[in-house]
Design a protein around this ligand. Structure first.
Ligand code: MUC
Ligand code: MG
Length: 376
């Protein structure tokens, strides 16, 4: 395609509701279906690219809802981009930042669609626009979040037997800490020795609760503790990080790179979870990785239960990062009863393979997409 062929001619959106294979619980919300905004970016040469905005339990995990994301893309982001080139990645990101403040999930979804479209138009993988891939597969963990230890053990064993996942993340904070410790101990005792377990508290604990229970977590051999305290509690989080024998991962506390710098300077943790919903775009997420790395933080490829479309946008960036010490958690496509992609996402030998084809490297399952599209 010529550069003229990459002119952005239309940006369309739809809300989809996808049923999950089981109830997924977090400290502050729970869900039985995942809602996304799917973005289609149409270029002058006829190419269509797909992007996805993911939310979790409505405007709960973060402040954006699918209804707001769709309205803000349709009304503010799409008009700001029309007739520009999909190849002007930096300029398009600037135009979007000028049109809306925050709205990170909305901006990331549109940017994902533009990377997909630009790559398909030029027959290049999106990784080529991000510095090129340095890895072709990433260790991928599975999250246990039904809250029922016996169900969680059965689920984890099935993943292990199928050689899909051998590292797990367990969601804590929706039970009393004492109950969570019993549940965790039960699960750890049923897992093979050396199983790496991450706990995500999703802001559910206070400093005092942390001090009280971290020795038990350490004794159980927990590998990583994610977002134990509320995001505003910089000093308290720094104190718990200092006394914790287990590394702390920053998730909801750092959306922007400025948040990340503040957290790193305050020493609130030693691992950072990268997510498009936080960074607001692929380029910005790659920059966040560089900022975190400059502060000596290790990196973890976070998710928000995306379908294969949103997972592919994350994987395009993750594939190009010089370091990704903790692998990723893009299990989203397999927690949906029906994923929105027909090909491109593959799990093998405890890894997710990074898509290799043009654009985001996936083919969208248009029947699945139509079936999940919200009608009203
Ligand atoms: C989060 O806070 O990490 C991602 C995986 C999961 O189980 O919950 C989400 C959000
Ligand atoms: Mg988290």
């Amino acid at each position: 395609a010529t550069v003229r062929g990459t002119a952005i001619k239309a940006i369309r959106t739809r809300i989809v509701d996808c049923v999950t294979t089981r109830r997924h619980k977090l400290s502050n919300t729970e869900l039985t279906h995942q809602s996304f905004v799917i973005v289609e970016a149409m270029l002058a040469d006829g190419t269509t690219g797909y992007g996805e905005a993911s939310t979790l339990g409505g405007p709960r995990w973060s402040e954006e809802s699918v209804e707001a994301i769709k309205a803000n893309i349709d009304t503010y982001l799409a008009p700001a981009l029309l007739d520009g080139s999909a190849l002007d990645f930096e300029l398009n990101a600037l135009k979007m930042k000028k049109a809306v403040s925050r709205n990170t999930s909305a901006r990331a979804a549109v940017e994902g669609a533009l990377y997909d479209a630009a790559g398909k138009a030029l027959d290049l993988p999106a990784t080529a626009f991000l510095g090129g891939a340095v890895r072709d597969r990433i260790e991928v963990l599975w999250a246990l979040a039904s809250g029922d230890a016996e169900q969680e053990i059965e689920e984890a064993k099935a993943k292990l037997d199928a050689r899909l996942h051998r590292r797990f993340k367990i969601k804590l904070g929706f039970h009393e800490p004492r109950e969570d410790m019993i549940r965790l101990r039960r699960i750890m005792s049923a897992m093979p020795a050396g199983t790496e377990m991450v706990v995500d508290i999703n802001q559910g604990w206070s400093e005092a609760t942390f001090i009280r229970y971290v020795p038990e977590l350490a004794e159980m051999g927990i590998a990583l503790i994610e977002q134990p305290l509320k995001p505003g509690l910089l000093h308290a989080t720094a104190r718990v990080a200092q006394r914790s024998p287990i590394p702390i991962m920053t998730d909801e506390a750092a959306f922007s790179t400025q948040d990340l710098v503040q957290n790193a300077v305050a020493a609130t943790g030693s691992v950072y979870s990268l997510k498009l919903v936080k960074s607001g775009g692929l380029q910005e997420m790659k920059r966040a990785a560089a900022v975190a790395g400059a502060f000596g933080l290790e990196l973890y490829g976070g998710c928000l239960l995306e379908s294969g479309i949103g997972a592919a946008a994350h994987l395009a960036v993750f594939a190009t990062l010089p370091a990704l010490e903790w692998g990723c958690e893009h299990f989203g496509p397999s927690i949906l009863q029906r994923d929105l992609t027909a090909s491109g996402i593959a799990y093998r030998d405890f890894h997710i393979e990074t898509p290799k084809g043009p654009g985001l490297g996936i083919t969208v399952d248009t029947d699945a997409l139509d079936a999940a599209t919200r009608k009203h």
